[in-house]
Design a protein around this ligand. Structure first.
Ligand code: COA
Length: 172
């Protein structure tokens, strides 16, 4: 089997990204702060703005042949006093592609990108506390828990806690 390709997404990937993101929101709504109801009306132009944000953030994809198999985003916090922190968002691998190390490859690309963003000292993320697979993924990459938000999400009337995790970048 050929090695999976991880690369930064470009505007031409917008349609595939839109579809995989909506698949993610439908499959595991409790894993994401946003929802299908809020995103299914987004246009390809909206999605291209995720791919080419105004600041130095980025989205990465992993490809199985031509098909987009997984995605992750890394974004700088916007406020002047928090611009030294980046956060990870939209971590998702299609169900048929799981267990092949694709999420780890995507996270490594996102962390490397954060390390190249001027002045970024920490990469942060939140993960639904009952999500053992994602929590193990992040812990295995060096992320440490720094807090827990009780009842952070309400999905279909059920409340979910979120674990807050952070990775200090070396040499910043
Ligand atoms: C979490 C998710 C991204 C993992 O994707 P994946 O490509 O299967 O993960 P990988 O194969 O790269 O696994 C990397 C590490 O993650 C952890 N992991 C992955 N799947 C796991 C599972 N089912 N149980 C426990 N740990 C798991 C392990 O630590 C694994 O390392 P190992 O193989 O050395 O044990 C994927 O299951 C997914 O998209 N889930 C739904 C959406 C989601 O939860 N997103 C995260 C939002 S915070």
């Amino acid at each position: 089997m050929p090695s999976p390709l991880v690369r930064r997404l470009v505007p031409a990937d917008a349609a595939a990204l839109r579809q995989l993101r909506l698949d993610a929101l439908v499959e595991t709504p409790e894993s994401f702060g946003s929802s299908y109801e809020e995103e299914h009306t987004l246009t390809l132009e909206d999605i291209r703005a995720w791919i080419a944000p105004v600041d130095d953030g980025a989205m990465f994809g992993v490809f199985d042949g031509e098909a987009l198999a997984g995605i992750v985003g890394v974004a700088r916090q916007r406020k002047l006093k928090t611009r030294h922190k980046a956060h990870i968002w939209s971590m998702y691998v299609a169900p048929a592609q799981r267990g092949r190390g694709l999420a780890r490859l995507l996270m490594q690309a996102a962390i490397a990108h954060a390390g190249a963003m001027r002045g970024i000292r920490y990469v942060q993320l939140s993960v639904t506390s009952n999500n053992a697979a994602a929590t193990a993924l992040y812990a295995g990459l060096g992320f440490a828990e720094y807090g827990c938000e009780r009842e952070a999400l309400c999905v279909n009337g059920r409340f979910y806690d979120e674990t807050l995790m952070s990775l200090a970048l070396p040499g910043q």
